[in-house]
Ligand binder design. Sequence first.
Ligand SMILES: NC(=O)c1ccc[n+]([C@@H]2O[C@H](COP(=O)([O-])OP(=O)(O)OC[C@H]3O[C@@H](n4cnc5c(N)ncnc54)[C@H](O)[C@@H]3O)[C@@H](O)[C@H]2O)c1
Length: 479
Amino acid sequence: MFPLASLESFVSFVVKSLPNEQGSHLENTITSHPKEDVFMKKTICVIGVGYVGLVTGACLADLGNGVICLNRNQEKCDNLKKGILPIYEPGLEEIVHRNQAAGRLSFTTSYDEAMQDAEFVFIAVGTPSGTEGEADLAHVNAAAIDVAKRIHQPIIIINKSTVPIGTGDWVADIVRENMPDPSIPFWVVSNPEFLREGSAVHDSMHPDRIVLGSTSREAAERVAELYYPLQAETIITDLRTAEMIKYASNAFLATKISFINEIANICEALGADVKTVAYGMGTDKRIAPSFLGAGIGWGGSCFPKDVKALAFMAATHGQHPQLLRAVLEINYDQRKRVVTKLRDILGGFRGKTIGVLGLAFKPNTDDMRDAPSISIIRLLQNEGAIVKAYDPVAMSIARRILTDVEYCTDPYAVAQDADAIILVTEWNEFKQLDMKRIKSLMRQPVLIDGRNIYDPARMRELGFTYRGMGRGYNGEGTC
Ligand SMILES: NC(=O)c1ccc[n+]([C@@H]2O[C@H](COP(=O)([O-])OP(=O)(O)OC[C@H]3O[C@@H](n4cnc5c(N)ncnc54)[C@H](O)[C@@H]3O)[C@@H](O)[C@H]2O)c1
């Protein structure tokens, strides 16, 4: 799709950690700006007010900058001006309100207004999957053109969206072709985002690292200045390497989960307990414990589309991304596996009422994009099941996607007259349920624990027909 990188990679670790007396190490890292400039308020425009754009805008405002967030949807923008957020993200409302009140954060639908004084423009629009798995760059293209048309002073354009390798160069070409005065200097910097939905504000304020890629080291360093108060390690590289760091990171995390899910399935066949296996593996520092939770697998707005996009890029450049394809296949098989487990117990779903606990793709978010709950519920319904469901925050979005589901007010209403329950999302509130009461409400006490949050022995003691994911033999009594 894009020509191969012509630039030499250069990587440097600009900031390991800053001392509390701000600025005292900066002479070593900032070559082209006086150190007092580092802590001056910057004027920033953020395009897109989704999980990344709104969090980025709010956090940069909280660091003292003047931020204007642009969104084309008038209703969303009007709501934001009133302090009503378009997404659920813990802690975000508070930080948005605080910075709005302080006059550091504002919202607009007008590119003219947003670009008026901007020194930095962050592009944080969606890059969903195209029909063949490629990243659809229509929103990035539109944003780049709209930005270009309003460039009237030197500006740094920062790609925060996850974009295919080569997009930074492509955005630079779009800007060059569309700016009214091509003599005005501009720079493109890739600044991939690593936040996790559900802890996005915390992750943005305490990043493991900041990655910045550019053809201009000076531009990358100017963006690094925005993040200095966070005291995070900053890695400066060329554009394509920065873009690849994001894809490789997501693909690796997805691989870890698919790996443990494959191990879980083998555990199930051989009578081992994957939770203990994962613990035993994770204590090895070379492996580390995170992303080793076996279960239904990953979903959401990032892993599925990013793994597909990386595989697509590899294939279109003559590579054979066999590991990435296996990672995707294992993941989608896990969703079917949950349904198979339940079918084996109930003998079929026609006329059966199945309760689903959790709809969001993971806890602490209302994001339903590629949520495993959607595939699982559709598989059940295709075989004649009646589905009831509950999620603490995602039900209003789920209602638009899954129209023929009975939405319940709490987990106990889900259990009422259910022939089985499938735990799909591991919200904390599901970990502390009164399971005796749940059982007493059900028509048949069948529990499929898609995230391994319950103790198998305890559930069986309570009288449930319990199945976890990879927790020993499928037969009763072994785990
Ligand atoms: N959600 C995450 O956890 C996460 C984490 C890291 C990276 N990312 C990446 O960040 C990017 C954004 O993800 P998101 O989850 O925030 O998406 P989102 O769908 O929640 O938000 C995208 C926003 O962009 C707006 N938009 C689209 N085109 C626009 C245009 N031309 N002008 C102005 N606004 C426009 C949309 O209205 C929306 O507000 C994606 O590339 C994604 O892969 C997401």
